[in-house]
Design a binder for this molecule. Structure first.
Ligand code: NAP
Ligand code: G4F
Length: 354
């Protein structure tokens, strides 16, 4: 019998890569999805099969991190071996617009899930291993390089909520002996990255600009530095942490930082374009408090988990741009055939800018 995993945030970037990874390991994956008025499963549609068929390896359950009753019910129904808590309002800029909701999902949502898990483990008598999606945003203003011993100094409601979630997880490990691991992951990107995060916003725009579908790209702070890795590499570490003999916390990063400006320059150069002719600064994309520089020291993960990132910065930019050039070509073809293609729409302009 293969193992069963339960994933919150299964429809997100990491949820989709983790599902593929766990399927390859023979797991049956159960995901919690939010009810939406339109389909929100685009990233996992290629993995989904009609549940009436035999041998189905992905099953979805309605639930929400703001709804403790549903979390408890799903945990009991699935009775998983491993739980991966990836669900979050994960946009830092948006967390300044909706701080209370962000804290409810990210901080209290984690507490709800841990508390449901604690009762489930007591009642079922079965051990369950739990992964908590922590973030380098928790380090915030702490100078780089950041590692497991760096003191947290969050700079946004999102970062502060992740710090609370981190300590809830540590407390449930120490108080109730639960097998709980915190992964402190630095930024990780991919062609599946949401289009309002800066890397994808850039590669999506470069793809469209190079085919004449748009002319300008509006960005905020180009000086911020991030340690960008590939999401497909990073989900493996979530699983590796849960296979260890003892639960622990790990920083996951490439150890290499680049500025947003460098990302812009490289992406435009890859497409043979001069970024200065297309990029404009819009101050609404600046954050009330910025995280200036993140660069991780993942030597503990390398030593204990034997993990190394495979995809470097240049390859990451190339991979994302190739995907977004293909998307732009498809858009141009459809436009040429008289179809209007929606490209994100009003959500991109919501709030004070993303
Ligand atoms: P993402 O693409 O934004 O996905 C977030 C997921 O959470 C989506 O499936 C979303 O569902 C779900 N979600 C949102 N609100 C929820 C709620 N109230 N209840 C249940 N689920 C909810 O994020 P990601 O990049 O995959 O990141 C995965 C996790 O790692 C997040 O916790 C994020 O904060 C953390 N993290 C990410 C990075 C990174 O660089 N990517 C780095 C460090 C930590 P919908 O599809 O319905 O919106
Ligand atoms: O791509 P970003 O929005 O990612 P950010 O804020 O680093 O957060 C991401 O990584 C965290 C890990 O450290 C995760 F926990 C979190 O869930 C999320 O996945 O912004 C990166 C940088 C920032 O400094 C921002 O100010 O890019 C800068 N930036 C400049 N112009 C912009 C823009 N960011 C966005 N989203 N949009 C812009 O137009």
């Amino acid at each position: 019998m293969g193992k069963r995993a339960l994933i919150t945030g299964v429809t997100g970037q990491d949820g989709s890569y983790l599902t593929e990874f766990l399927h390859a390991k023979g797991y049956e994956v159960h995901g919690i999805i939010r009810r939406a008025s339109l389909f929100n499963t685009e990233r996992i549609d290629h993995l989904y099969r009609d549940p009436h068929l035999a041998g189905v390896k992905l099953r979805l359950h309605y639930g929400d991190l703001t709804d403790g009753t549903a979390l408890r019910r799903v945990l009991e129904a699935v009775d998983p071996d491993e739980v991966y808590n990836l669900g979050a309002q994960s946009h830092v800029r948006v967390s300044f617009d909706i701080p209370e909701y962000t804290a409810d999902v990210v901080a209290v949502g984690t507490l709800r899930l841990l508390d449901a898990l604690r009762d489930h483990v007591t009642q079922s008598g079965r051990p369950v291993r739990y992964y908590q999606a922590g973030s380098s945003e928790m380090f915030g203003a702490a100078p780089p390089p950041q590692n497991e011993r760096t003191v947290f100094y969050p700079r946004s409601p999102y970062g502060a909520s992740k710090v609370a979630a981190h300590w809830f997880a540590v407390n449930y490990r120490e108080a109730y002996g639960l097998f709980v691991c915190n992964g402190i992951l630095f930024n990780h990107e991919s062609p599946r990255r949401g289009e309002t995060f800066v890397t994808r916003k850039i590669t999506r725009a470069v793809g469209r600009i190079s085919l004449g579908l748009q002319d300008k790209l509006y960005l905020g702070n180009l000086d911020a530095k991030r340690d960008w890795g590939f999401a497909g590499d990073y989900v493996e570490t979530m699983w590796l942490m849960l296979q260890e003999e003892h639960p622990d916390d790990y920083v996951i990063a490439t150890g290499e930082a680049h500025s947003v400006r460098e990302f812009v320059e490289r992406a435009f150069a890859e497409a043979g374009l001069d970024w200065r002719r297309h990029v404009e600064i819009d101050s609404s994309y600046f954050r009330p408090t910025e995280v200036d520089s993140l660069c991780g020291d993942a030597s503990k993960a390398q030593r204990v988990l034997g993990w190394q990132p495979r995809v470097g910065f240049a390859e990451l930019v190339r991979m994302m741009l190739k995907h977004d050039l293909d998307l732009a070509r498809r858009e141009r073809t459809l436009n040429g055939a008289g179809f209007e293609v929606p490209v994100g729409g009003a959500a991109l302009a919501a709030g004070s800018g993303t």
